[in-house]
Structure formats: structure tokens, C-alpha cells
Design a protein around this ligand. Structure first.
Ligand code: 9WN
Length: 472
């Protein structure tokens, strides 16, 4: 039975703090404007002064409600740094960022620019990538423009024509070079590529990584948070940097990395986002009248992804599990990534019921001590859970957005509305934080995180529009 306790409405509501949706939405807009670097947006003002790949996609979704042209520009700027292989880099480094603001920065990654596949530099890019939310964002921009006026719609349609080949190359890269087994599941070779860096999902696979000789390195990130426990620990960072060293030693070449790298994992959340993004790309392909062969390929990638996720399903946990290719075993940890089939969409009614039950259970959003009934990034019942540490337990608004969006796609509007309302309550009380302590609701990490502002804009867009119509 689905635990309804998780979905009980608390007394406190964002409506009590912000009389009108426009007020919260206006604050979100101001954050994006403050983080605007003319054509692209910093992920956060001080902790993350560069352009991050999946942040940009979420930011574009939020920006679409302020200015569809500017939203398109966000993706255009990111894709201008796409590699020849189709890879979209996880970071495009801001040449104007103070040198001691983020580590590892442009200098650390500069040698990646000597790869024959690298885009022209500077600006330098990393040679990792992050989950492919971009096609979902591009489609959303076009849909929002369709509600504006003819000119905006025509421009957004032109934008889809322009970005489609780049999106197609990106997805082809992920379906081929990042899945040589054709399993439907994307392999990551660094936890940063998952976007959920220090999640206990990776503990088992990282434990097998033996760190060799490395120079000491700075932890500038710790200067930007109230407490070091909010960020990954030094043992984790050592491994992150060691893996970067090995990736650079392999010249950022997937085939070489696949042969020798100690960390190779099939990431179910990344793969599920790719499935959903392939659905979006198929829509875009229709709009731009892409060739049939390409549409068939995209459709095939989506289907293969769904089958791959099916194989990772764990009946006892009611979740999907990542797979460690080096150790040849599933990584049995309960985290929000386990809801991957919900994000991929088109699940069977039985699978959907199992996912919804798990989401509302005490292992996630139904945990009795939560400040807000939204799922912690890691289940509080897991040994690797930590309520303050980054992806080990805190609640991430951006993860809630993905669940909300997926619930709508799965025909569950009421549950979606609940996650949206509670997430807005959380942000109205705690601000536009990067993540939140699940039991106290304390905001953690960066304080003016762009993607948190962006998801608020998207969540409130309909309310704001209705209020504008009423006022007119
Ligand atoms: C490393 C920017 C990024 C997000 C990731 C999040 C965090 C970086 C870091 O910040 O990662 O890429 O330094 O911790 O984990 O999801 O894209 O917001």
C-alpha cells in the first residue's frame, strides 16, 4: 500500500510566505540575472563560477519563462564547446573566474585541449560529461515560445533546427562510445559525470581505486560552505583527482579509458535521463523534419535504454541499481537514482505502482522525521546516509524537479503537484539553496544556486501566467 503519510500537507506553505507566486518567481529571476555572464549562466556565484553542462540545461528551462531567446542562447553557448565525438563537456571554464575560485580549474584541464577531438581553446573544457537534460530543455523552450507570439515561436523553431544536429551527435556519442556493449546503459568513468558526485552509490566502486602519487591540491570549495561536512570528504576528493589523472593519461579517449580505467560504472540515472531526452529528441526530430533513419536511431536508443534499465531492476528494493563493470556486480544502495524507470517513462502499471510505493515509503519521502516530505538523495535507512553531506542524504530541488516532471509524464498529476508544492515550501522557507538538510530543512551548499532558481521559475510559470491574465 502506498504510504499516504508522505503526502500530507504541512501547515506551513510557500503561499503563507509569498502572497503571490510572482514574488517567489521574481526572486528566482533575480538570481538568474545575478548569475548571468552574458550568454551563459554561472552554476552559482562563488562556489561554481563556470558553466556546467546539466546545470545549463535546467537553467535554460527556467530562463524560457523569462526570455526564450536567452534560454536558447544558454544551450547554444554550451554546445559551442561540444567535442568532435559529440561529447558535451561537463564544465566550460570561465576565463574571467578568479584563479583560486574552483579546483580543478582550467589549468588542470588545459591538456585536454590537445586531444584531436577537443573544441578550440580557450575557453578550456573538462573532458567529462554530465546527464543529458539538454534535449528536454530545448523542447521546453520551443513549447514555451509557442505560447508567446508568432515571432518567438518562429525563432524557437529555427533554434531547434540549429541545435538538432548537435543534440543528435551528443546522444549518438552516449549510445555508442559510452555504451560499447550496446546495453542501453551509459558508462561513467568518474563520479563527477553522474552529477551526484559523492553519492554512496559509488562507494563500492571507488573503494577499489588505489590512489597513487599525487601532488597536494587546494580545496577552494570548502571556503564557500558553512561547514566542510557539506562537501565531499578528502578521501573522496583524492580519488576524484586520481581518476582525472588517469583520464588525462589516456588522452581523454574513451577506448583507452575503457581498457584500463579502474572506475567503470553503468549509471542508471544518467541512462534514464538519456531515455527521456531521446523521447524529447524524437519530438524535436519531427519538428525539424529530420531524416527517417535518424528518427529510427533515436527511437532505438530510447527502446534499448528502457530494456537496459529493466535489467537493473531489483525486485526486493523496488529500485533500479547501478552496475559496476569492473567488479561485475550491482551497486546495492537506495538512492533517488533508483527511481530511474520513473524518469525514463513508459513503465508498466505494476512497475509504476512499485516505484510510487517506494517513493512514498519511510525509506524515502515517507520517513517520519523529514522536515518536508520530499525524498532525501540517499535513503535515511542506508548505512552510507549522511544528512548534511552533499549527495549522501540532503534533498536536492533539482532532483525533485526531475521526479515532478516524470510523475506528470507518467500520468500522476496529483503526486506531481504534491512534490512541486512541498519543494516550493522548502525553498520559500530556506531560500534558493543547492541542497537542504532533510530533517531540519536547513539550506546547505551554495546559497544562490542557479538551477534551484530555474526549477522554481518552471514550477511557478503557470501560476504567474494565470495571475497576469487575471490582473489584465
Ligand atoms: C563537480 C554545479 C555542479 C553540479 C553537480 C554537483 C556539483 C561539482 C563539484 O556542482 O559538482 O562537477 O565541484 O562538486 O554535484 O551535479 O552540476 O552545480
Amino acid at each position: 500500500m502506498i504510504a499516504q503519510a508522505a503526502y500530507q500537507v504541512r501547515n506551513h506553505s510557500w503561499r503563507q510566505i509569498f502572497d503571490q507566486p510572482e514574488e517567489l518567481s521574481a526572486q528566482a529571476g533575480q538570481i538568474l540575472r545575478r548569475n548571468d555572464m552574458e550568454g551563459w549562466t554561472r552554476a552559482a556565484p562563488s562556489l561554481y563560477p563556470h558553466q556546467w553542462s546539466w546545470d545549463s540545461a535546467f537553467i535554460a528551462i527556467g530562463l524560457a519563462h523569462l526570455d526564450t531567446r536567452r534560454a536558447a542562447q544558454e544551450l547554444r553557448t554550451l554546445f559551442a564547446h561540444q567535442w568532435m565525438t559529440g561529447r558535451v563537456p561537463h564544465i566550460v571554464f570561465n576565463p574571467k573566474a578568479p584563479p583560486e575560485s574552483y579546483f580543478p580549474g582550467a589549468d588542470h584541464w588545459a591538456c585536454a585541449a590537445s586531444s584531436p577531438d577537443a573544441p578550440p581553446a580557450p575557453p578550456y573544457t573538462s573532458c567529462l560529461c554530465q546527464p543529458p537534460v539538454h534535449a528536454i530543455a530545448a523542447l521546453r523552450i520551443w513549447e514555451v515560445a509557442g505560447r508567446e507570439d508568432e515571432k518567438a515561436f518562429a525563432e524557437a523553431t529555427d533554434f531547434l533546427r540549429e541545435i538538432y544536429p548537435r543534440l543528435f551527435a551528443w546522444h549518438r556519442y552516449l549510445a555508442t562510445l559510452r555504451d560499447p556493449e550496446r546495453s542501453g546503459l551509459v558508462t561513467i568513468y568518474h563520479p563527477w559525470a553522474s552529477g551526484a558526485d559523492n553519492s554512496p552509490r559509488w562507494d563500492g566502486a571507488l573503494a577499489a581505486v588505489e590512489v597513487g602519487e599525487m601532488p597536494t591540491y587546494p580545496r577552494y570549495d570548502l571556503d564557500h560552505v558553512d561547514d566542510p561536512s557539506e562537501r565531499p570528504a578528502s578521501a573522496e576528493y583524492d580519488r576524484y583527482l586520481w581518476l582525472v589523472k588517469l583520464i588525462k593519461r589516456a588522452d581523454c579517449d574513451e577506448r583507452a579509458i575503457y581498457r584500463s580505467h579502474p572506475f567503470l560504472v553503468k549509471d542508471v540515472l544518467f541512462s534514464a535521463i538519456l531515455v527521456a531526452a531521446n523521447d524529447a529528441l524524437l519530438e524535436i526530430a519531427k519538428v525539424v523534419e529530420a531524416p527517417d533513419e535518424e528518427r529510427e536511431l533515436v527511437d532505438g536508443w530510447a527502446g534499448r535504454g528502457r530494456k537496459g534499465l529493466e535489467k537493473c531492476w531489483d525486485d526486493k528494493l523496488n529500485l533500479c541499481l547501478d552496475y559496476d563493470l569492473r567488479a561485475d556486480r550491482s551497486l546495492r544502495v537506495r538512492t533517488v537514482a533508483g527511481f530511474a524507470p520513473l524518469i525514463a517513462g513508459q513503465q508498466s502499471p505494476e512497475r509504476l505502482a512499485a516505484l510510487l510505493g517506494e517513493l512514498a515509503s519511510p525509506a524515502f519521502a515517507g520517513h517520519a522525521e523529514l522536515r518536508w516530505p520530499v525524498p532525501p538523495s540517499t535513503s535515511p535507512e542506508e548505512p552510507g546516509f549522511h544528512p548534511r553531506s552533499y549527495w549522501r542524504g540532503p534533498v536536492w530541488p533539482v532532483a525533485n524537479w526531475l521526479l515532478w516532471w516524470s510523475l506528470i509524464r507518467s500520468g500522476e498529476p496529483e503526486r506531481a503537484a504534491q512534490i512541486r508544492r512541498v519543494s516550493l515550501d522548502q525553498i520559500a522557507e530556506g531560500g534558493f539553496a543547492e541542497y537542504f538538510e532533510p530533517f531540519s530543512g536547513k539550506p546547505l551548499g551554495s546559497k544562490e544556486q542557479s538551477w534551484t532558481a530555474a526549477v522554481v521559475l518552471d514550477w511557478l510559470a503557470d501560476d504567474v501566467r494565470s495571475a497576469e491574465i487575471e490582473a489584465a
